[in-house]
Design a protein. Sequence first.
Lengths: 274, 242, 236
Amino acid sequence: MVARIIRCATAALLFSFALGVSAQAQNGPITLASTTSTENSGLLGAILPQFTAETGIPVRVVAVGTGAALNIGRQGDADILLVHARSDEDAFVTAGYGAYRRDVMFNDFVIVGPRDDPANISGMQDASRALTRMAETGSTFVSRGDDSGTHKAELRLWAETDIDPQSASGGWYKESGSGMGATLNTAAGLGAYTLTDRGTWLSFRNRGDMEILLEGDPPLFNPYGVLLVNPKRHPHIRADDAEKLVTWLTSSTGQAAIAAFRVDGHQLFFPNAE
Amino acid sequence: MSAPQSILPLEIRRLVFESGDTRLLHDIDVTLSAGRRTIILGPNGAGKSLLLRLCHGLLKPTSGEIIWRGAGTRSRVIRHQAMVFQRPVMLRRTAIGNILHTLRIRDVPRRERRERAEAALALAGLSHLANRPARLMSGGEQQRLALARAWVTEPEVLFLDEPTASLDPAATRTVESLVEGFHAAGTKIIMATHDLGQARRLADDIVFLHKGRLLEFTPASEFFENPQTPEARAFTQGELLW
Amino acid sequence: MDTFFHAFAEAGALLASLDADFLEIVGLSLRVSLSAVAIACLIGFPLGAAVALYKFPGRGVVSLLLNTFMGLPPVVVGLIVFLMLSRSGPLGVLGLLFTPTAMIIAQAILVTPIVAALTRQIVEDLWREYGDHLRSLNAGPIDTLGTLIYDARFSLATVVLAGFGRAIAEVGAVMIVGGNIDHATRVMTTAIALETSKGNLATALGLGIVLLVIALSVNATVQIVNNASARKAALA
């Protein structure tokens, strides 16, 4: 009796397993690897359903850091990428992993920190100088520390100073190695400063007593690019459908959808495809 | 109940069993034949249990031989034997479930199993307990179930290792009458006990063990009337305790 | 404290509203974890029993490994499965990455050692009790395995619950191999992680409370059924 049950159960499991496997192979949706900033802001959840309604192509979003997203693209586990690290994106295409890169939208980074502003950076214009002030006063700064677009932007700011924040890692400079939301949670918990994209900040619900203390400096400009994973390298890519998404994002419809996305009345992303 | 190819007589030659550095059985030599109820008698620690387990194949001898007639493989030979232990091993099922389990292991065709199980239960006087969880039965009932289980295997040889040691007199008598039933059906009985009264009641032959040695192998009447060795004499007078 | 209060309120609201998205996430959590546990038992019961019963060279090592792997870090398992199932990996052609099937595989790997190691101990103990009788019957290996596993069914039910607990609670493996994709691979634990990263702490905690309630219900059901059956069969 036991043997019979075992036989039936095994058969049932193998059958559903096989069903599962074959389903993936046929008419599945396209996979978009993007960053935690676009996911957490809610942008993708707002505009992608419009694309699906128009084209009938479902989009599955895997949200990881930019570095991880590019890696997923390299491995061929996604069809299309939406990230914000220009030099890495260009390298991706040059190395043959990406078919091409297109501009999509931009937003900006801001420095947020505790209302009482121990490093006294409020109102400053120069982000790099503000970071220097933090180092000088030993005020806690939480870094993404995860190879993401935000992290690389932060490192570019440090590069303009004389400071090597790595030497203080674990002290006033804390590398969370996490996504934007988790990093903001950490900063709020520590009463620390951090660099964040405006989109995530505006939809973040655990601000504690943090507020925007510095914005507008040109190096804080944050452009996003959309990349098609190279079908020559990974022939299984759903290239046709993925290209439809690229086209849509850079079309007037898609660009308008991006511009229309607001949180608390604020526009988070600014379309700039040509 | 003897198979077309009988496995008896059983010849035990120069059987030695050691555990670690201790020699527990010394040079046992004896031949056991069909038809006679053989009681292995002796005080505690004499090696009775060991001898049974060696004969049944649950233990391997250190040296010496256990030769069944027809000398087949162990699995062929053991199919003609059954064993009842001092503490009955009850599966976590009902009484009839225990017997059905044995029938299944012995590859008895499915449609015959229930009938044979019920017959065995009836023989053991356990029909009213067929659906009782075996582990909830009394010691005597469990031992009767163990015998019913052995019954359905139609054994040529039935080993019993002090089956009534923990039972009250009434239960003991019931078990003994079941053992008699096996004997009447042609099963060779090889039973270990330290109970003199039980040996007197049941034995045709006595194998008397003491401290791992076989001291006497005689027909029961002679043994009890005229034991040859001083140890046997002391034992039958209730004086030899180990 | 405010957050805790809101969390309970959120949990209550979620359970009462039976919101479609919420039910989808709960349904997927149960489907993934229950499937994983089923597979783990199919492999783990006979594996554990075999290690308990048969002497083979390296048996001690296998036992040691089973015990050790009970504590496999989920995120490590997730990473390994991710690399195996990636299109660039050995099993990439199956196209399983970022699907519930991948999550089931990862959790099955996590749960199997638990089932096998605990089964080994239970069967070992039971063999000590049944060994003489089964050997006296000259029961073959399959019959022996079947008898022991069946008779140990009540203890094994607890083992299954232990495996289920491990599966339903983990986030590291399913996050990596599933990708926490909305309407596709989002389960309760990854949803909690997401809400936390959005700063929606009360919602995250509320989901956590719901997860506990579900785990409690599963355990309670099994316990009730188990006790009733055990009483019937008198597991002494």
